[in-house]
Design a protein around this ligand. Structure first.
Ligand code: SF4
Ligand code: SF4
Length: 413
């Protein structure tokens, strides 16, 4: 059973007296404020639009299928304090509420500008929109449970919750990375894919607290994309940004982007962005996971005739992504040189004053580094609001600042 945000609210409402007794809240929050003030974030942070133009845009990806509202609320709090420009989450009202609650909690600590909230949907089957499933009653009792160890989201539990579940995959935590599927020696785990309902998405977009949408597509099925776009109708009119997330299809990439842009531009009244999805859901695996996103960025940056729109990396992104962009001379630059027969010519961004690559989205890696702190918070205090446990909040913000700072360059100012 999914843990809803109202469950979280009632859980946290039950906790305050215990939590405040354990923490010197005002002293701890002062430490957080000091930490954040020392980095200079409040005075130097740019608006999301400025960030896109300057090339220091950072998006937190909570996960298109990740629906644990307790973690999502705390992640949103931490990464808002760290200065992200956008928080991308599942297209579910309870998840959107959790994101906005985390943002407002952060703004209650320091008067930081609000990041945009983006919901993610798919036009067809997509790796980001699936859940693993198995029946623990079918598992041999002597299985060493490699599935539990491999799961990066702590989404597999054999203990279950008394009277609630008998264990297996915790659906709200599974984000579909697929790592458990091949590791089961008895082939007991299956993946269940789904497509977000377009009418429900259109309703959600009309609510306050949603600023952007991201459409995940393979880029190969123009008809599915068109159907989804038509189904969204006038719900996109109030948005600030429409993003399309797509894989590198080599020579087919730019023609697919142009075809989707033709579909969108008829009624696109806001900014648009192309999310270059290198190696999906792998940033937490290690340094090399970011290579494909860098390669994709280089391919797009050096391609003429692409449609209008900001370019942003995702898929395998981590603390090494900016190093890779710098190596390719793609970081916060407005043009790169193209080698011709015996000469060179500049390839510019779609607007000469805009950065060629607008920024980076961090998903699994961002959740992993802060997730360690959230697990510690949970084991010490049960489900709790992070700001009620200042020591944990400082730890989490320190981790987040180090990652977001690779793009925002806080320490270089
Ligand atoms: S390993 Fe990945 S797919 Fe399997 S349960 Fe965990 S998050 Fe879900
Ligand atoms: S690895 Fe397979 S058989 Fe073993 S506990 Fe996990 S799902 Fe069950």
């Amino acid at each position: 059973m999914s843990l809803t945000f109202s469950c979280f609210a009632s859980l946290s409402q039950q906790l305050p007296s215990q939590v405040h007794a354990r923490s010197s809240s005002s002293g701890g929050l002062e430490k957080v404020k000091n930490l954040i003030t020392r980095t200079g974030i409040p005075s130097t942070i740019t608006s999301p639009l400025d960030s896109l133009q300057k090339g220091n845009w950072v998006k937190l990806i909570c996960g298109a299928s990740f629906e644990d509202v307790v973690d999502i609320r705390n992640l949103s709090l931490v990464y808002t304090l760290a200065g992200v420009d956008c928080i991308d989450c599942a297209a579910e009202a309870s998840v959107v509420n959790a994101v906005n609650d985390g943002i407002e909690a952060a703004r209650g600590i320091i008067p930081i500008r609000r990041p945009w909230v983006m919901i993610s949907v798919n036009d067809n089957e997509d790796l980001h929109f699936r859940k693993a499933e198995f029946d623990p009653d079918d598992c041999p009792t002597d299985c060493s449970r490699p599935c539990e160890n491999v799961c990066p989201a702590d989404a597999i539990s054999h203990s279950g919750k008394a009277g609630v579940s008998k264990g297996g995959v915790l659906a709200e935590r599974c984000y579909g990375c697929g790592r458990c599927l091949p590791i089961c020696p008895y082939d007991k785990i299956r993946a269940v894919t789904y497509i977000r309902d377009v009418d429900a998405t259109a309703q959600l977009l009309k609510q306050d607290g949603v600023d952007a949408i991201e459409i995940h597509t393979s880029g190969r099925q123009a008809e599915s994309f068109q159907q989804l776009w038509n189904g969204l109708g006038d719900s996109i009119d109030k948005l600030r940004l429409v993003a399309v997330s797509l894989p590198d299809m080599g020579e087919l990439t730019v023609p697919a982007m142009n075809s989707m842009y033709v579909t969108m531009k008829v009624n696109l009244r806001c900014l648009n962005l192309w999310q270059l999805d290198g190696r999906p859901m792998s940033g937490d695996i290690g340094r090399g996971a970011t290579r494909e996103a860098i390669k994709f960025a280089l391919h797009l940056a050096s391609t003429r005739d692409k449609p209008k729109g900001f370019l942003q990396l995702a898929g395998g992104t981590n603390a090494h992504t900016v190093e890779g962009l710098k190596r390719e001379r793609l970081f916060q630059t407005t043009s790169i040189s193209e080698k011709l027969n015996g000469g060179e010519r500049a390839l510019n961004s779609f607007e000469p004053s805009h950065a060629l690559i607008s920024g980076v989205a961090f998903g699994g890696y961002a959740r992993k580094i802060v997730g360690r702190v959230l697990r510690s918070l949970q084991s010490e205090h049960g489900y709790a609001r992070l700001e009620d446990c200042p020591r944990h909040l400082v730890d989490a913000v320190t981790q987040a600042l180090a990652l977001v700072g690779t793009v925002k360059c806080y320490n270089e100012r």
